[in-house]
Every structure is written in structure tokens, then in C-alpha cells.
Design a protein around this ligand. Structure first.
Ligand code: UD1
Ligand code: CA
Length: 511
């Protein structure tokens, strides 16, 4: 479901309040709890994303612990949301009161959510809103039947099934502890009624905190209509209080993402080792091999193959492309292009249609044209390479002079010889070649061969003189004898069509 879909609960929710001021002590982390990342968003980001389709006129996020970091994160992921500071963490009820004070007049109901429930989904919230509207309640709480209610607030119902109270586990008696229907920490209600009831909430409980959950009991005592709506999928309501729960929520979220992808025709060879963020788009008939991670704003086009053991971050993969055992970040991989195994594509890498980056290649800030290849063991940084060019093995684009970075331009149909150093800034024109082992420091015009290396000199008989008695000297002597014998033979069988020996200028690195 996308954010553009119009909910059937249009206009019902006037304000959204997210409680995110708690310390999250049990995470044992300096990072504020709601900022922990899971499946491509922060915990808080997931809660806001679930509530966004309700199109509330106002969204307020209560911040406290790590408020600067949380507020900064908010301005990046939900700039329309207003951070409101709860100076002291006196409890969820106090946090809600601080938030309600910050709201202007609320047209419709207020939805209050814990900031640590990342599995909440839009459909679960709209079902709650609808149940609230249909019952005409003053307050409706989202509940869930769970196998293990440990640590959660219990929903106390009367004999007729009406919700009477929420009791925190540490304040519950044995009978209440046996209840398996729990508070999800999501509430929808009339803003004025909730605000008024919050003024009456005390702190006479085991933690000495002002509990938002007490509002429900107070409204029941007033004779106001309150209700509880059971979530269709209890997973949606699960919070996240420590690292073990964070890992469990991450796994559940990933399972959901992969289920959706497989239903849409994506082949997921090993769901246990394949991780896909909720923000990723994968087309039908893509194959994801074991050990694949697709993260951030990554998109994968139809028929592409990714993995095994590949990580793609914020990367666009074209139709029919393949990426094998590689790490790729902020790159564009053109249709039918191939990457890997064992390559590292860094930000700004753009591969054209059917381009190839082979094994042990690092690229950065480079445009590689259609059908062009960097097959082996190279570093290609800050370069524009045209179409149908070949970069020989072990080529280095020498882009850094120790102070500044410089660009290299390589034209179309170029052949860069193996082990060439292209010392930027430098240009190799269309159709040009460079000789293997060259250090190219000046431009090579179109169609020219750039040679920049010392000529070879063979010192005849050196091994016999300087390394006598070694296996090498013996092998050389044997080769001399064999050559002498062959020379005697050729005097009788003349061979006229022997090809000419390769010249220096032909020694190209090819693949
Ligand atoms: C809360 C509920 C519990 C419910 C559970 C669901 C209360 C008293 N209990 O328990 O019934 O089953 O969630 O996960 O609400 N917060 C503030 N300011 C504070 C205290 C808390 O903003 O002063 C925020 C936290 O950041 C968090 C939310 O309120 O997002 C809930 O607080 P938390 O401490 O996680 O409550 P739980 O013990 O999980
Ligand atoms: Ca919690």
C-alpha cells in the first residue's frame, strides 16, 4: 500500500501524537531508542509512516532523551511533524499531556502512539479508526492477543466483554497477569476528553509515573463509552525495548517484505539470509541469491539477478543486469550490465547498458558507457569512459595528486593496455590505444597509440655468467641446445608461411 492511497477514514483523525521521549534504558545504547534503524527506517520513522496515510492535519512528536538527535532526524524524515519537548520523563501520561498542550484545536480524533512499535501498518490503524468511529467511543485502545504478555499492560474486561481498565504488569494481581490480551500502546480518542482525564492521572503505581493507560479507567469511571479493538495481526503491536526485541522485530519486518516480494513474482532463493528494506523496490522475475542485502532507496529492474553475497545501498539496477558477490553504494547499474564477482562500486558509479565491471575492481564517480568493460583488477575513479571501450587488467585511474582529485576522459572504442596508469587530468581520444605498462600523463589523440614506458633490452647469456650452476642456468643451456638442434632441422624443411613476430606496439592487454 502506498502513501498516496486515500484511506476510508478520511478526515477522522485530526492529530497524531507520537510518544518518543523515553530513554530506552533497556537498549543499553547511547542512541535514543526511537532512532534505532530497522528495515530501512528508524523505529520512529516506521510509526510515522504507518500514520502518514491518515492525513492528520497536525503531527506532534514528544522528544526528551536525546532530543536534539531525534528532532534533527524528524526534520529529515517528517519535516511536517512538530517536535515537542518533555523536559522530564514523568511517564507516558505526562508525555501525552505535553503533546496535547502543543496542539492547536483538533478537528476530529487524536491518535496517540508509542514511538517504539515499528511493525504497525496503515491497515491496522485504519481498522482501529473505523472501529472507534462505528462504536462512537470517547476512547478506543488497540489491543492484541499474544502468547507471551510478559512486561505489557493487560486489558481488563468485565463479564460482558467491555473494557474496564489497563493494568501494567508490575501493578497487576495474579488473575490480571494471566490475561493474554495486552495494550498495544496505540489509542484514539476525543482530544478534549483525553486532555481532561490526563489532569486527573496520578503516579500511585510501582514506577511512580503518570501512566497514559490510567486515562482509560478514569473515563470508564465517568461512565464514558470506551472500547478495545483487537489487531488482526498481533505482530503489528509489538514494541521494542531491548536489543533482542529489536532483532526479532527486524526479522518479522523482513519476513513481511520478502513475502510481499515473493507474492509479486520475485525469486528469493534463501529468505533466511536475504534482507530487503521496506524502502526498496524489486520488480517481478528478479532473482535474489543467498546473502543479498538490498538497502535504502535501491530499485531492481525486471529479470535482474543479485547475489550471492551482495550488498546494494541506494542503488538502481537495470532490467536484466547482474551483480555477483559485490558491494555497491549510490550507483546506477544499466540494463544488462554485469558486476562482479568481488567488486566495490562506490558513489557516483554509473554503468551504461551492457557495461561490465568484472572481478576485483573498485569504481567511484565514474561513468562507463554502453558495452564498455573494466574486466579485472582495476581502480577507476573520477572518469568518463565512452561506449565500447576496454580497460585492460590492472589499470589505475590515478585521480589524486595528494591534494586535489582530477578527472580522466576516455573516448569510444578505446583500448587501454593492461597495467596502464592514467594520470589525471588526461584524455584518451576515440579509437585510441595505450601500450601495456604505460604511465600516461599527456593526452592521447583519437586513433593514436600512447606508449609511455622504457624499451626492453635483453642481456644475452646473463644467467649463465652471473648465476652459473643454478637450475635456471641449466634450463637455459638446455633451451640453447634444443634451439641449435632445431636450426639444423629447418635447414632441411623450409617453412615459408610463419607469421611475423609481434611488434612492441601490439602488446595490448586484452581480455
Ligand atoms: C507501554 C504501556 C503498556 C503497553 C506497552 C506497549 C504505559 C504506562 N504502558 O509500556 O501498557 O503494553 O507500552 O508496548 O504507557 N514515553 C515518553 N515519556 C515518558 C515515558 C514514556 O515519551 O516519560 C514514551 C516512550 O518513549 C515510549 C512510550 O512512551 O515510546 C511508552 O513508554 P515505555 O517505557 O516504552 O512503556 P512500556 O513499558 O513499553
Ligand atoms: Ca515500550
Amino acid at each position: 500500500m502506498t502513501l498516496q492511497d486515500t484511506p476510508t477514514t478520511d478526515g477522522a483523525v485530526g492529530a497524531v501524537v507520537v510518544l518518543a521521549a523515553g530513554q530506552g534504558t533497556r537498549m543499553r545504547s547511547r542512541m535514543p531508542k526511537v532512532l534505532h534503524p530497522i528495515g530501512g527506517r528508524s523505529l520512529l520513522g516506521h510509526v510515522l509512516a504507518a500514520a502518514a496515510p491518515l492525513l492528520a492535519a497536525q503531527t506532534v512528536v514528544v522528544v526528551g532523551s536525546g532530543r536534539e538527535a531525534v528532532a534533527e532526524h524528524l526534520s529529515a524524515v517528517a519535516p511536517e511533524a512538530l517536535p515537542v519537548v518533555q523536559e522530564e520523563q514523568l511517564g507516558s501520561g505526562h508525555a501525552a499531556a505535553v503533546a496535547l498542550d502543543a496542539l492547536t484545536e483538533v478537528a476530529g480524533a487524536v491518535l496517540i502512539l508509542n514511538g517504539d512499535a515499528p511493525l504497525l501498518r496503515e491497515e491496522t490503524l485504519t481498522a482501529l479508526v473505523r472501529a472507534h468511529q462505528q462504536a462512537g467511543d470517547v476512547l478506543t485502545v488497540l489491543t492484541a492477543e499474544v502468547a507471551d504478555p510478559t512486561g505489557l499492560g493487560r486489558i481488563v474486561r468485565d463479564a460482558g466483554g467491555a473494557v474496564r481498565a489497563i493494568v501494567e504488569e508490575r501493578d497487576a494481581d495474579d488473575a490480571q497477569r494471566a490475561i493474554r490480551e495486552v495494550n498495544a500502546g496505540v489509542y484514539i480518542g476525543d482530544a478534549a476528553a483525553v486532555r481532561e482525564a490526563l489532569t486527573r492521572v496520578g503516579a500511585a503505581n510501582d514506577q511512580g509515573e503518570q501512566y497514559l493507560t490510567d486515562v482509560l479507567g478514569l473515563l470508564v469511571a465517568d461512565g464514558a463509552p470506551v472500547g478495545g479493538h483487537r489487531a488482526a495481526d498481533p505482530d503489528d503491536t509489538l514494541g521494542c525495548n531491548d536489543q533482542r526485541e529489536l532483532a526479532a522485530r527486524r526479522r518479522t519486518m523482513n519476513d513481511r517484505v520478502l513475502d510481499d516480494l515473493m507474492r509479486a513474482g520475485v525469486v528469493v532463493v534463501d529468505p533466511q539470509t536475504t534482507w530487503v528494506d521496506v524502502t526498496v523496490e524489486v520488480a517481478a522475475e528478479v532473482v535474489l541469491h543467498p546473502g543479498t542485502q538490498l538497502l535504502g532507496a535501491t530499485t531492481v529492474g525486471a529479470g535482474a539477478v543479485v547475489g550471492p553475497d551482495s550488498t546494494l545501498v541506494d542503488t538502481e539496477v537495470g532490467e536484466g543486469a547482474s551483480v555477483v558477490r559485490s558491494h555497491v553504494q549510490l550507483a546506477e547499474i544499466g540494463p544488462a550490465a554485469t558486476v562482479g564477482p568481488f567488486s566495490y562500486l562506490r558513489p557516483g558509479t554509473r554503468l551504461g547498458r551492457a557495461a561490465k565491471v568484472g572481478a576485483y575492481v573498485e569504481t567511484k564517480n565514474v561513468q562507463l558507457g554502453e558495452g564498455s568493460k573494466v574486466p579485472h583488477l582495476s581502480y577507476v575513479g573520477d572518469a568518463t569512459i565512452g561506449d565500447h571501450s576496454n580497460i585492460g587488467a590492472a589499470t589505475v585511474f590515478v585521480n589524486y595528486d595528494g591534494v586535489d582529485k582530477h578527472r580522466t576522459t576516455v573516448g569510444d572504442h578505446v583500448r587501454i593496455g593492461s597495467d596502464t596508469m592514467l594520470v589525471a587530468p588526461v584524455t584518451v581520444g576515440d579509437g585510441a590505444y595505450t601500450a601495456a605498462g604505460s604511465v600516461i600523463t599527456t593526452d592521447v589523440p583519437p586513433g593514436a597509440m600512447g606508449v609511455a614506458r622504457a624499451r626492453q633490452r635483453n642481456v644475452a647469456g646473463w644467467v649463465a655468467r652471473r648465476r652459473p650452476g643454478t637450475p635456471g642456468a641449466e634450463a637455459a643451456a638446455a633451451a640453447d641446445d634444443a634451439a641449435a638442434a632445431a636450426a639444423t632441422d629447418t635447414r632441411t624443411t623450409e617453412s615459408a608461411d610463419r607469421p611475423p613476430a609481434a611488434t612492441d606496439d601490439d602488446q595490448q592487454g586484452r581480455s
